[in-house]
Design a protein around this ligand. Structure first.
Ligand code: NAD
Length: 478
């Protein structure tokens, strides 16, 4: 018996959760349920995170969490419960299988069978944003070595366990050479440990286009958080419906399972919703907690039900479907099929599908870190970069010289183009002249001089070399 936390959520949540639990219990799932309330009611009662402290205690105690979709109320101030849960509980891996059910669910891609493995904790979802000038706001994209190693290793271990042949990595490292560059580099390093699995890297733009056009060319695809968020919805949708996909959020200690769709409030309370997405989440959960036989039984009964043409309104199609049913009738049809296998769709076998055991991340020895310069970001409402350069040169000190000014990354001084559009947000790069060096005291002197010269510095960014390798981007056009 495994104790799990269940949240029935909002909108269609309670109906699809009841249907899901009924099916898995009928299949023999050995689970004990502890229910918590999260979502709309909790938000509207004044809790901006949508969950109470007591509910966190329950989730952390039981470690396994099956969650129905929730409604995030409109208006500012409400934090996404999903993002918070993933990050608080260290659920670094988001796994989303997307498989076509041709010819029973209509799709343009009859042979698609992709698993998207999305990094789930970092990237632009660190949510660190600031307005810095009248015209410019920023969002920090944080990519870490542990984050990359954990997710890439998960993708390869998953491929190995599931007998999948290839792992593809999507990044945009032709532009983001440091952040996406690290993700790609770690992918190449870890791929070498799995010579039996094919590996490849695609630049995300053409990779995404290829996936939407020829999904049969892909198997497992691993990517950073934002790309994974977008492309996992695309992948699910092109199998025929987002309503059929579930996802697993896996951490070292805890895990959360859900449907990928939202709470569909307009369909709520009418016995209309398709419980398949949440049921797929529950099947991933049963595998994760080692109840693989139950998971297999439920999945085969579900495939058989779809094959029998018993469909909810969202996938019902004249000609292909045989019977349009509601949530409860669909659940009953799956229960009636427990023990049966599909005739045309391939039955599943989950004999070796338990939770993956991955080694814990080990921190590497520190590299030799050397300060090479500093970028001062300046709020200045003027237009001519030469004028700014004259002003900023006045703060130079102790052999630390202004070497470059960029605006939104493009070099505008020295030798900028008058055509380049400039905002009020400027990066001024300072470096020591030949024979000098720079330290933190020099940076404080620069900042002090900036105050005296009325140069409005909004932030600084140190320029480092790690083990002799300069680890910052050049100005575009430099
Ligand atoms: P949605 O996924 O709820 O609905 C999109 C469309 O798909 C609607 O037409 C809906 O009727 C249909 N649909 C979705 N699931 C279905 C199902 N199981 N059966 C039949 N039809 C289904 O997306 P939305 O309308 O953009 O969002 C509604 C609410 O859900 C919002 O408050 C949003 O914040 C929330 N949401 C929650 C989660 C989550 O909790 N994981 C995820 C996405 C959206």
């Amino acid at each position: 018996m495994t104790k799990i936390t269940v949240a029935k959520g909002d909108g269609i949540g309670p109906e699809i959760m009841d249907a899901t639990l009924e099916i898995i219990k009928a299949a023999g799932a050995k689970i004990e349920i502890e229910e918590i309330e999260v979502g709309e009611k909790v938000y509207l009662a004044g809790n901006t995170s949508g969950i109470s402290q007591e509910s966190w205690d329950v989730i952390r105690r039981n470690k396994v969490f099956l969650k129905a979709p929730i409604t995030t109320p409109q208006g500012g101030g409400y934090k996404s419960l999903n993002v918070t849960t993933r990050k608080f509980l260290g659920l670094y891996s988001n796994v989303r299988p997307c498989r076509s059910l041709h010819p029973f669910v209509s799709t343009k891609h009859p042979v698609m069978d992709i698993v998207i493995v999305r990094e789930n904790e970092e990237d632009l979802y660190a949510g660190i944003e600031h307005q810095q000038t009248d015209e410019v706001v920023q969002c920090l994209k944080l990519i870490s070595r542990p984050g990359c190693e954990k997710i890439v290793r998960y993708a390869f271990e998953y491929a190995k366990q599931q007998n999948r042949k290839k792992v593809t990595c999507f990044t945009k490292d032709n532009i983001m050479k440091q952040t996406d560059g690290l993700f790609h580099q770690v992918f190449d390093e870890i791929a070498k440990e799995y010579p039996e699995i094919e590996n490849e890297h695609w630049i995300i733009d053409i990779g995404a286009a290829k996936m939407a056009d020829t999904p049969e060319a892909f198997d497992v695809i691993v990517m950073p958080n934002l790309y994974g968020d977008v492309l996992s919805d695309v992948a699910a949708q092109i199998t025929g419906s987002v309503g059929l996909a579930g996802s697993a959020n896996i951490g070292e200690e805890c895990s959360m399972f859900e449907a990928i769709h939202g709470s569909a409030p307009r369909r709520a309370g009418q016995n209309l919703a398709n419980p398949s997405g949440l049921l797929q989440g529950a099947i991933l959960m049963l595998n994760h907690i080692g109840q693989t036989e139950v998971a297999e039984k439920v999945q085969n009964a579900w495939l058989k039900t779809l094959e029998d043409g018993i469909h909810t309104y969202d996938i019902y199609k004249e000609g292909t479907s045989k019977q349009k049913v509601g949530t409860k009738e669909f659940a009953q049809a799956v229960i009636n099929n427990l023990g049966k296998k599909p005739d045309i769709l391939k039955p599943v076998s989950y004999s070796n599908n338990s939770a993956l055991q991955l080694p814990k991340y080990k921190r590497k020895p520190s590299a030799k870190k050397e300060l090479l310069g500093v970028d001062l970001f300046v709020h200045w409402p003027g237009l001519d970069p030469n004028e700014l350069a004259e002003k900023v040169k006045k703060i130079e000190a102790n052999g630390i010289k202004l070497t470059m000014i960029t605006n939104r990354g493009i070099k505008v001084w020295p030798d900028g183009f008058k055509e380049t559009f400039c905002t009020d947000h400027w990066r001024c790069r300072f470096k020591p002249t030949e024979g000098s060096s720079i330290n933190n005291t020099n940076i404080i002197q620069l900042l002090n001089n900036a105050i005296n010269e009325k140069v409005d510095t909004i932030k600084t960014e140190n320029l480092y070399a790690f083990d002799g390798k300069a680890s910052f981007s050049l100005g575009q056009g430099q």
